[in-house]
Design a protein around this ligand. Structure first.
Ligand code: ZN
Length: 398
């Protein structure tokens, strides 16, 4: 993508966002937005607590959760829509923190919400398309997850792929940060083909703009150095797989010092093996990856749960890919409850949205998934979806 085009986009978006008028919901769930909804007598896994609570009810008015309490102590308001939650399990709407909408296409949005993914971190794609979808979702013209987004990838001149904004020098790095902020992005995303001094310029300019920088490690840069450069999250397992245990300890210390998050995308390593009929339990690389993730987690490095769905022929798909990532994190040794918390409240905290979504408590957006079976007994039960509640609107299972 050319810089001039990007600036044009930034101006176009400023105008569009300034003059956009509120549109009526087009997808048929509008009545619940002003109505009252109660999920009664369910087992609540709220995204924050250590344990599930039985016989709980959750009251929703419009888009918000307004009360959470013991079922026998909560009155159902007259006229409320009642959802019987008995023998079911209510969890917060899930986050997929590694999404690439543009590669998959428009129908990813509905696949995500039907799978209980009510929020995403969009990690690189076509800024015009994604910006349009995001605005339409926010004005109820389109069904889809809430999102934080980065627009295009950023890299040096020798990179090659779709949806890139190429940066020649530090001035261009600073320009890119400003242009993307004008476009409305929440953070910047770098690819491997970028020099460390350009990353430093991006991080510095971003700090002034209130943005953060995340991404792949630049080529030739180790994970501890990436943390020291100020990357807020580092994507994939490749930075760690060849390291010794002592080197891993050094990286963990650097992540804890700099507040760096680990974004392992384990399922995008495992899914190709499973698709080929191989057992990941017999794969030394995968088993080493599990060990490393477990070490980071036990040391207190926060972990992002993300599917890395993108191209349609990749085995990880929108929605089911996130459930795959949750499953392999449990295989890596995290508990079911830990994984659910990471994929809900912890992800929301990363996004700066902990006061908006990611947990089931009064005041937050009513983003929830009602399950037919206990996800603490088997994490695969997060796919046994009875219904999804997206910003107060009920989406029945298909
Ligand atoms: Zn990715």
């Amino acid at each position: 993508m050319q810089r001039r085009l990007l600036l044009g986009l930034a101006l176009a978006f400023t105008v569009a966002f300034t003059f956009a008028s509120p549109a009526a919901p087009l997808w048929g769930y509008g009545s619940a937005q002003t109505g009252v909804l109660v999920v009664t007598n369910t087992t609540l896994i709220d995204g924050v607590s250590d344990t599930a609570r039985a016989n709980m009810s959750v009251l929703i008015r419009g888009r918000r959760i307004t009360a959470v309490g013991a079922a026998d102590a909560m009155e159902t308001p007259a006229g409320a829509t009642v959802i019987d939650g008995s023998d079911k399990f209510l969890i917060p709407g899930l986050w997929d923190t590694h999404a690439h909408l543009s590669y998959w296409g428009e129908d990813a949005l509905e696949l995500l919400v039907r799978a209980g993914v009510t929020s995403i971190r969009e990690l690189g794609g076509d800024p015009e398309e994604i910006g349009t979808w995001k605005a339409e979702i926010e004005s109820d013209e389109r069904i889809g997850p809430a999102m934080i987004w980065c627009g295009p990838f950023l890299e040096g001149l020798d990179g090659d792929d779709e949806y890139r904004f190429k940066i020649a020098d530090q001035d261009e790095a600073r320009y890119a940060a400003r242009a993307l902020q004008a476009l409305g992005v929440d953070f910047l995303k770098i690819q491997p083909a970028i020099a460390p001094e350009l990353v430093a310029a991006l991080v510095d300019e971003s700090r002034h703009l209130g943005l953060t920088v995340v991404g792949h490690l630049p080529r030739g840069v180790g994970a501890a150095q990436g943390a020291a450069l100020g990357l807020r999250s580092i994507e994939h397992m490749s930075p760690y797989l060849r390291l010794t245990d002592n080197e891993i300890a050094t990286v963990i210390a650097a992540y804890l010092e700099h507040g760096t998050w680990m974004s392992p995308a384990l399922y995008s390593m495992v899914a190709p093996l499973e698709a080929a009929g191989d057992d990941p339990a017999n794969d030394a690389r995968v088993q080493r990856a599990y060990e490393i993730v477990q070490r980071f987690h036990r040391a207190g490095v926060p972990i992002l749960v993300g599917s890395n769905f993108a191209y349609r022929d990749w085995p990880q798909k929108p929605g089911s890919g996130l459930h795959g990532e949750m499953r392999v994190l449990v295989e890596a040794g995290l508990s079911e409850m830990e994984v659910i918390r990471l994929a809900t409240a912890t992800a929301a905290a990363f996004a700066g949205a902990a006061e908006e979504t990611g947990a089931i408590r009064p005041g937050l957006s009513a983003d929830m998934v009602l399950l037919d079976a206990n996800p603490l007994a088997d994490i695969r039960n997060t796919e046994r979806i009875s219904l999804v509640i997206l910003r107060g609107q009920v989406l029945p299972a298909r």
